[in-house]
Design a protein around this ligand. Structure first.
Ligand SMILES: Nc1ncnc2c1ncn2[C@@H]1O[C@H](COP(=O)(O)OP(=O)(O)OP(=O)(O)O)[C@@H](O)[C@H]1O
Ligand SMILES: [Mg+2]
Length: 223
């Protein structure tokens, strides 16, 4: 992934513009894991949203492989989002009425993969995150750490090129958080996905290859 001079401003409710990202640049290779830290309100979630095609930048470029995200139209962006990006959020966002297996299979079904293959791949992914014995549990029947591990399985099941994780351990105790961080890092590395983790957690950042800080709208090496 290559990002250069990415900019984003929001209209302030009181009038004027709030410049959140003022020229963010970085490059990230396949299998690499980058932590983005910075104060609350610094723009970490905003950056992940732009990179995941959930929101449009005001300027600059973001390229994922050969795809120019900042030039892509709505339909192409939706396809990139479904096929090339995996998301992990602070709260799992698993669908409550589906089993863990069905939740993990969902990205493959959205990408119109054969349902039987999708279930087999989801099952293997649940094994990989240590939830083989919980496949038929609904999210409400999983612990917090298990829910996040299922969310990691869902984010990686379709072999995305880019995984975006926004405070993926923010809701967990230290031990469950460390497990989720380790899984993200191992699975992403073995599958060659680039991972960007927005976090306030030093331990999680330490599990990444690199840490960059968002400060005054720029991504810098040190706070
Ligand atoms: N839709 C919006 N409209 C106007 N302002 C917004 C909008 N979304 C975010 N902001 C503002 O942009 C800034 C960056 O928000 P963002 O959510 O990216 O911060 P963050 O670094 O993820 O913070 P946190 O660590 O608290 O999650 C904040 O000051 C926020 O108030
Ligand atoms: Mg945030």
């Amino acid at each position: 992934m290559e990002v250069s001079e990415l900019r984003k401003a929001y209209a302030s409710p009181g009038g004027g513009a709030l410049e959140v990202l003022r020229g963010v640049s970085f490059a990230l290779g396949a299998g690499e894991m980058l932590a983005v830290m910075g104060a609350s309100g610094a723009g970490k979630s905003t950056l992940l949203h732009l990179l995941g095609g959930l929101d449009a930048a005001d300027g600059g470029r973001a390229r994922l492989g050969e795809i120019e995200l900042t030039r892509a139209g709505g339909a192409q962006l939706a396809r990139v989002r479904n096929e090339q990006v995996g998301f992990v959020f602070q709260f799992h966002h698993l669908l409550p009425d589906l089993s863990a297996l069905e939740n993990v299979a969902l990205p493959l079904l959205v990408a119109r993969r054969n349902p039987r293959e999708a279930r087999a791949a989801a099952s293997a992914m649940l094994e990989a995150v240590g939830l083989g014995a919980r496949a038929s549990h609904r999210p409400g029947e999983l612990s917090g750490g298990e829910q996040q591990r299922a969310a990691v399985a869902r984010a990686l099941v379709h072999a995305p090129r880019l995984v975006l994780a926004d405070e993926p351990t923010g809701n967990l105790d230290a031990r469950a958080g460390a497990e989720v961080a380790a899984l993200l890092s191992t699975l992403a590395r073995t599958r060659g996905a680039a991972v960007i983790v927005a976090t306030h957690n030093e331990q999680l950042a330490a599990a990444c290859d690199r840490t960059l800080f968002l400060k005054d709208g720029l991504l810098v090496e040190q706070l």
